[in-house]
Design a binder for this molecule. Structure first.
Ligand SMILES: [Zn+2]
Ligand SMILES: [Zn+2]
Length: 95
């Protein structure tokens, strides 16, 4: 009677157990030359964002925004505007 549990998610802000997963954001990486051909844009789905209850509330109230660092060595979520491990600040996610 073991339930298959999803991989343990940790809050992207504080690293505590994440209890409030958000839908994975999408972003457009590149657009084709032909604007009529929608299939030409490359959409990447980023990994799920997990937040602890506390930070989920902060995001919901608009007091915290989640950013993303797209550097090869990072590819991490973090608090928008804060420096990521590579030194670049986490950037706004486009939804
Ligand atoms: Zn947290
Ligand atoms: Zn980085």
């Amino acid at each position: 009677m073991t339930e298959a549990s999803p991989a343990e998610a940790l809050c992207v802000i504080c690293g505590r157990a994440g209890t409030a997963p958000m839908a994975p954001p999408r972003r457009t990486l590149a657009r084709g030359a032909d604007p009529d051909d929608a299939s030409y844009s490359i959409i990447a789905v980023l990994p799920d964002v997990a937040l602890c209850a506390e930070h989920f509330e902060d995001v919901r109230r608009g007091e915290l925004s989640i950013g993303w660092c797209d550097a090869e060595q990072c590819r991490l979520y973090g608090e928008h505007g804060q420096p990521s491990p590579c030194g670049e600040p986490f950037k706004t996610l486009k939804r």
